[in-house]
Write a protein that binds this ligand. Structure first.
Ligand code: AP5
Ligand code: MG
Ligand code: ZN
Length: 215
């Protein structure tokens, strides 16, 4: 099963993708994580993406699409994948349709985590991410057992550079202008399923599972 997981910054895409990975053996493809990895390894997509990400803008479509295309070409996904944070523009969605025809896969579900934008600032400012394994925590909603230390691997927890107040403002604005229209695009196709993202993590996951059962 191949899934697109959509939602504004901080909606819980990564959190729910982790659960889908554990429960169903799917592979997560987070474009944000791929860019951050490329950045830490100083590879071409990382160098290009650095400034866009830091200030909360989208990385230009052609680079993002090329990176996803490379990733899909170079990896195998035995049980399917979850696209977390891609597509984020209508151009990316159209390109994904053409990539899927070329690589002969289909998207089985498009899930949109729906949550009022005013709830997102606290989610983003309280998030802590593991430097080593990428696991995410939240100081209030999902605190690690030991402050500053990852439960899963013992790695050090940090705050992402795009969690500054200014960057978060730009990210939310960018979401409204560039990504929200994609909801209408998929709604017109009749393919999107809205899930209430404004409830405890377990309940969001249960709702996602219910949607997937029908697929
Ligand atoms: P990306 O890394 O994808 O960031 P994002 O979309 O802004 O989303 P986040 O990862 O911040 O949030 P999330 O939805 O994964 O939430 P999480 O589960 O962590 O992208 C970063 C940047 O890369 C972009 O700004 C752009 O520059 C670039 N980029 C990426 N993709 C691109 C594309 N396709 N095109 C162009 N550029 C692209 O949860 C957040 C916090 O809330 C956590 O602390 C978590 O513990 C907590 N939490 C989660 N769920 C709940 C819940 N139900 N209740 C309470 N707390 C919760
Ligand atoms: Mg994420
Ligand atoms: Zn870790």
């Amino acid at each position: 099963m191949n899934i697109i997981l959509m939602g504004p910054p901080g909606a819980g895409k990564g959190t729910q993708a982790d659960r889908l990975v554990s429960q169903y053996g799917l592979t997560q493809i987070s474009t944000g994580d791929l860019f951050r990895k490329a950045l830490s390894e100083q590879t071409k997509y990382g160098v290009i993406a650095k400034y866009f990400i830091q200030f909360g803008h989208l990385v230009p479509d052609d680079y993002t699409i090329a990176m996803v295309r490379d990733h899909l070409k170079e990896n195998t996904f035995d049980n399917g994948f979850i696209l977390d944070g891609f597509p984020r523009t209508i151009i990316q969605a159209r390109e994904l349709e053409s990539i899927s025809r070329e690589f002969k896969f289909k998207i089985d579900a498009i899930i949109n985590l729906d949550i009022p934008l005013e709830k997102l600032v606290s989610r983003l400012s309280g998030r802590r991410t593991c430097q080593s394994c990428g696991a995410t925590f939240h100081v209030e909603f999902n605190p690690p057992k030991v402050e500053g230390v990852c439960d899963k691997c013992g790695g050090e927890l940090y705050q992402r550079p795009d969690e500054s107040e200014e960057a978060v403002k730009v990210r939310l604005d960018t979401y409204n202008k560039q990504t929200r229209p994609l909801i209408d695009y998929y709604t017109m196709q009749g393919t999107i399923i809205n899930v209430n993202g404004d409830q405890p993590m377990e309940d969001v996951f249960k709702d996602i599972e219910k949607c997937l059962e029908d697929k």
